[in-house]
Design a binder for this molecule. Structure first.
Ligand code: SF4
Length: 116
């Protein structure tokens, strides 16, 4: 097995589970449907997705990510999206998504840098 820093095979960035009875579980995906991030690693963190907020049967506030395609739209694109947002993860506040969506967190001391 090669470390991912030295391999040119990028198969680890995504796959489509064609046998899944729920595929496609999110509408609007334009590229390859990436099932790697089912469930989304950003569920407990601030993110730019179009989630709705609801209260579950235990009284906990949760995200409903039904309308979000960000972790699924293209193997490379969704991989890069998740890596960028996990660089400086910020625990989710439990509040609804903002308009415009929340911006990607910056390293401490660099909050004024423009987004890339
Ligand atoms: S809204 Fe999208 S990016 Fe945010 S946690 Fe849900 S699936 Fe992930």
């Amino acid at each position: 097995m090669q470390p991912k820093d030295t391999t040119t095979n990028e198969g680890y960035k995504g796959f489509t589970n064609a046998g899944c009875p729920f595929l496609p579980c999110h509408k609007g995906v334009q590229r390859e449907f990436n099932c790697l991030f089912c469930y989304c690693p950003l569920i407990a963190y601030e993110c730019p997705g179009p989630y709705e907020v609801y209260t579950d049967r235990n009284g906990l506030t949760r995200k409903d990510c039904s309308a979000c395609t960000l972790p699924h739209d293209g193997y490379h694109q969704s991989w890069n999206f998740i890596q960028r947002w996990l660089e400086y993860p910020v625990p989710w506040s439990g509040k609804p998504q903002t308009d415009p969506p929340i911006r990607r967190p910056k390293p401490p001391g660099h909050e004024d840098l423009s987004d890339d």
